[in-house]
Write a protein that binds this ligand. Sequence first.
Ligand code: HAM
Length: 420
Amino acid sequence: MKDTIKSIRGMRDIVPPETALWRAVERRLVSVLDHYGYRELRTPVIEPTALFTRSIGEATDIVQKEMYTFVDRNGESLTLRPEGTASGVRALVENGLTQSLPLRLWYLGPMFRHERPQKGRYRQFHQLGIEVFGLDGPDIDAELILMTADFWRALGLDDLTLEINSLGTPETRARYRQMLVDYFTPHADRLDEDSRDRLTRNPLRILDSKHPDMQTLIAAAPPMSEALDAESTAHFEGLKAILDAAGLAYVVNPRLVRGLDYYTHTVFEWKTRALGAQDTVCAGGRYDGLVETFGAKPTSAIGFAAGLERLIALVDPDTFAEPDALAFYVVAAAPDAAEIAVRTRALRAAFPTAPVTLHCGGGSMKSQMKKADRSGASHAVVLGEDEIARDVYTVKPLRGGEQFTAPLADLPARLGVGGA
Ligand code: HAM
């Protein structure tokens, strides 16, 4: 017997009714984006490998261990996108959008990372991302963060915490990197293998280590703020002042360094206590130096991405159901399939936004009514020989109420839908 083919480990199907929840969540997020005047960007899910190695950084976990990279039939090395920022910058430059700055863009779609799957962590996952180009002040940093707070309100999430930090300029980062090397080198014997390796490749990431034996050592490391220059400090203070004025609570976490190399100045993360180790639902920051590495003129940039699987695990599905919405299940109780199809089309035209499911495959009135009940529709619409002969529709409310028979033109008013 042949083995059954299963989906790839860490990748999963999203099937009904969960897909309805995904759509409802996405709809609410997109309505916040529309409200803020952001516009959608769509890019390919596969890109040349070098796009990611150069932007995310050779020494990062993503590039070292997590990319789905393969050689295509032309011998070119390609990678399934592990994130959206690199593609966003490529698209900006390639499409000449640097001529129309500032730009506020968003995207939503699957990303791929070969990480160890666990709760809240998948190998194919979905991000809603934002990238803003051409604005360099703390006002836009604050706009992004306040917009995320509006996302959480729209989704009914009220227990997320915001952490912020500043990584300063590339020069401050280099200075800080040296401070960390000087601090950790004499204690190299207390570092785990990963961190010893990072000491030469990416010392900032040692601060991110969750290893319990290293926490005291990490807590005593010099904070980033000691390396910050005056301009970076002023930018960070400017951001905090806006967040304070808006009444948005935050925690300054001097150990927040992020796992991708392109960040400068502001970085932030939204955390939850409800998901265990995978506790970051949304993360991002400023990356002012990245655009010019694509051959364009220096362009300020900032963005973030939220993990949809994590958000969906947190929301209360009941608050997304629309219990009163009209939905019809057409019971085909006449033998003439053509007549039923035509009347059902007319019903759909009269209720342009209501779901109308036509019963297909025959069966007794009783069994069709049972299906109507199970379908979740609000009303069964019976089309029998009598209804077709008289050109009327019989409407049976499925959640209480009186059955009635009426011509199509009267249905919207009888069902409390204005106009139509
Ligand atoms: P990131 O921190 O790598 O940043 O990912 C952002 C979010 O994507 C995470 O906070 C998490 O919610 C979600 N996520 C990441 N990996 C997984 C996974 N394996 N399974 C489920 N969810 C996951 C970025 O990707 C940056 N491009 C964000 C950004 C945009 N920075 C500037 N612009």
